[in-house]
Design a protein around this ligand. Structure first.
Ligand code: NAD
Ligand code: TYD
Length: 352
């Protein structure tokens, strides 16, 4: 029986992980720590409150005192660290919050774990959830990223995650802290905040609003269903080697424009409209420093841990579109307030 601390459990991947874990490991106890920033949403965890083995704590990973209380009090032996500022465009508009949470926050968590686990005798483990963006951008002909790819972060977001990865590595080598790092490709699925490409496209298409595509739309991302990512983290927790890193991805490279068109076609099939929704696609000014291509080679995950993705992309995307159709209240609420302001600033439209 494990006692887990999940940081950032009210965000997109965190909330999917919490649901997945409680459904598959009913004997474990799970504590979520989340600061409930604009991206954190308690509604993504609704229905879990009544479970005796689940607890939510509203708090910040930069709060050392709080962490030093939570870890021993709950006898935490497993930490899954999702909490982060996660959106590249926001990191370009305002990088400071990324340095604070992703670098300082990860450092604070590592220090708290080091203190709590002085004698790491019970198989304690901390999984640091990172991204393929730390490796920079690939040319079309280059092979996908692996665990040995060079760190070449290009956005403030990627640089802050790279810094966190380095701290995690150093805590293993210097203090023997039982850490593992995962570098995952782009996730999609239920509960993703509408600022990211796939939910933004679904929602704008539903509302008959322009669908903004940066640059020429030919940037490539390697898409993984969030549930497959959760299963990957589960495999790393169960059998990963301490101090190692694991690249997670589904070898599912797509150009942005293809994704957007696929979503439009999918919605046209489900909810016919007068004009095809692809007419809403609008090419807008490119993101500064926009990485051209990400791709992951997940051979280590497959060969050493026996993990493999289960979702075919077309099925996963259709399921995701259906989820947003069925959860209008969820996304209508999360995009109130700060999001309207951000959207106006990012896309140069009025807030009304
Ligand atoms: P998200 O932005 O949806 O959620 C982040 C969560 O962290 C939110 O609930 C937020 O309230 C919380 N948080 C932020 N600052 C905090 C702080 N100081 N203290 C406590 N909680 C705080 O992000 P996501 O897409 O779910 O990503 C989760 C993790 O996975 C991140 O570390 C991200 O770098 C990584 N990742 C994401 C993707 C992706 O495609 N989304 C891919 C690979 C890796
Ligand atoms: P995003 O979902 O922000 O993830 P990331 O930048 O971490 O890969 O973006 C995915 C791709 O979609 C990326 O190449 C940028 C592009 N994009 C658009 O073309 N338009 C948009 O409005 C957004 C948010 C992203």
């Amino acid at each position: 029986m494990r006692q887990l601390l999940v940081t950032g459990g009210a965000g997109f991947i965190g909330s999917n992980f919490v649901r997945y874990w409680l459904a598959h490991h009913a004997d474990d106890r799970l504590v979520v720590l989340d600061a409930l920033t604009y991206a954190g949403n308690l509604e993504s965890l609704s229905g879990l409150e009544s479970l005796a083995n689940y607890q939510f704590i509203h708090g910040d990973i930069c709060d050392a005192e709080l962490l030093e209380e939570i870890l021993p009090e709950n006898d935490i032996d497993t930490i899954v660290h999702f909490a982060a500022e996660s959106h590249v465009d926001r990191s370009i508009l305002g990088p400071e919050a990324f340095i604070r949470t992703n670098v300082q926050g990860t450092f604070t968590l590592l220090e708290a774990a080091r203190k709590a686990w002085v004698n790491a005798r019970r198989g304690q483990r901390l999984v640091h959830v990172s991204t393929d963006e730390v490796f920079g951008s690939l040319e079309r002909h280059e092979p996908p990223f692996t665990e040995t790819s060079r760190y070449r972060p290009n956005s403030p977001y990627a640089a802050s995650k790279a810094a966190a990865d380095h701290l995690v590595r150093a805590y293993f080598h210097t203090y023997g802290l039982p850490v593992l790092t995962t570098n995952c490709s782009n996730n999609y699925g239920p509960y993703q905040f509408p600022e990211k490409l796939i939910p933004l496209t679904i929602i704008n298409a539903l509302e008959n609003k322009p669908i903004p595509v940066y640059g020429d739309g030919c940037n490539v991302r390697d898409w993984l269903h969030v549930e497959d990512h959760c299963r990957g983290i589960e495999a790393v927790l169960a059998a990963g080697e301490k101090g190692q890193t694991y690249s997670i991805g589904a070898s599912n490279e797509r150009e942005n424009l293809d994704i957007v068109q696929q979503i439009c076609n999918c919605l046209d099939g489900m909810l016919p409209s007068k004009r095809p929704r692809r007419d809403l696609i609008t090419f807008v000014t490119d993101r500064p420093g926009h990485d051209r291509r990400y791709a992951i080679d997940a051979s280590r995950m497959r060969n050493e841990l026996g993990w493999h993705p289960t979702y075919a992309f077309a099925d996963g995307l259709e399921q995701t579109v259906r989820w947003y159709l069925a959860h209008r209240r969820w996304w209508e609420r999360v995009r109130r307030g700060d999001y309207r302001h951000y959207y106006a600033q990012q896309y140069g439209v009025s807030e009304a």
